[in-house]
Ligand binder design. Structure first.
Ligand code: TRP
Length: 329
């Protein structure tokens, strides 16, 4: 009965890749079994930086959810919802903005770093409020636990401070809002084809929607140990991104065999990559098959989103009622 409530979300900004699949979505699958889980399509968050291209955000929405489903996230166990279709979130955001100091928002590290990266056009009120909006996503269902990446921990910390301030000002000794805790995935970052963290913006990602040929071509072009140049040169698996990716799909005995062959130089990079491409395509094949099925039935995807959104709104209305009553509105 007393299962913890877990909530997480993703911005619909484009194709999901292998890093999302193994680092995030497999975790979501297991949360469905152990918690009461909510998964949000954070389309308003996508507008904080992508406001000039609404079509892109709209097109990415159903596609992203199709990938969640293909990865095995079960909409009968977890609740999928569309942020912009839960207006209670926006109302809560307006209310909490009254007690959120601008200096707290300016202090969040992603605020400055993203402006440096993307330019000052994104320096809007909405962008400054990004972590507050994220808190509202979480607080509107009173989630206690939020699986996120390391880069999101500061957002959660801001959120916790706002909740504390709210409860202090208006709670009269009660916890009207719940302080959410981040749960970090113990999964290490998945490297992309160039060895940096896999990310669409680095153009180094293996996409779930790539076909097998594209996958094989990307893997063929991967960097390996820079000191292993010719066949026969001994290599160092620990610095090789191909070897890091092997760990996602192979069991320990096979990994040991690959590492040993690399170290002696017997195993060349080219045949290793060819074998890895085959193994990865086999690993992704059931996900890709299911993705094709959902892509051909986007009506079903939309029904799933609509159903979960309705359920979320029901909960959200109750939380908002409590918030407004605490604020004497
Ligand atoms: N900011 C998160 C990200 O970029 C996405 C997100 C939006 C989110 N709302 C959330 C994550 C609420 C967890 C909880 O990854």
């Amino acid at each position: 009965m007393n299962t913890p409530r877990v909530m997480s979300g993703m911005r619909p900004t484009g194709d999901l890749h292998l890093g999302h699949l193994v680092g995030v979505l497999t975790q979501w699958v297991s949360y469905c079994d152990t918690s009461e889980a909510f998964f949000e399509i954070a389309d308003l968050h996508a507008y904080t930086t992508g406001f000039a291209d609404p079509k892109k955000i709209r097109d990415a929405r159903n596609e992203m959810v199709a990938v969640w489903l293909a990865a095995g996230v079960d909409p009968n166990k977890g609740t999928f919802f569309l942020q912009s279709a839960v207006p209670e979130i926006a109302e809560l955001y307006a209310l909490l903005s009254m007690i959120t100091p601008i200096s707290w928002l300016e202090r969040v590290p992603t605020f400055k770093s993203q402006i440096e990266e993307l330019g000052s056009e994104i320096s809007t009120l909405g962008f400054l409020g990004y972590p507050l909006l994220q808190l509202c996503d979480i607080a509107i269902v009173r989630a206690e636990s939020v699986p996120v990446g390391r880069d999101q921990v500061a957002h959660l910390e801001l959120g916790r401070e706002v909740v504390r301030r709210f409860n202090h000002l208006y709670g009269a000794g009660r916890e009207v809002l719940v302080e959410p805790k981040p749960t970090l995935s113990e999964f290490p970052d998945v490297p992309g084809t160039d060895g940096r963290k896999m990310s669409k913006s680095y153009d180094n990602a293996i996409l779930i929607s790539d076909d097998e040929e594209t996958t094989t071509k990307k893997i063929r072009g991967m960097v390996t140990d820079p000191l292993k140049i010719r066949k026969g040169d001994p290599g160092r698996p620990e610095v090789c991104p191909v070897f890091s990716l092997w760990k996602l799909v192979a069991a320990v005995p096979q990994l040991n065999e690959i590492a040993a062959g690399c170290r002696t130089g017997e195993l060349g990079c080219a045949p290793d990559k060819a074998a890895f491409a085959e193994a990865l395509n086999a690993y992704l094949s059931p996900v890709r098959d299911r993705l094709r099925i959902y892509r051909n039935d986007m009506g079903e995807v939309e029904r799933i989103i609509a159903k979960g959104t309705e359920r979320t709104r029901h909960i959200a209305a109750g939380v908002l009622r409590d918030v407004k009553s605490a604020m004497r509105l």
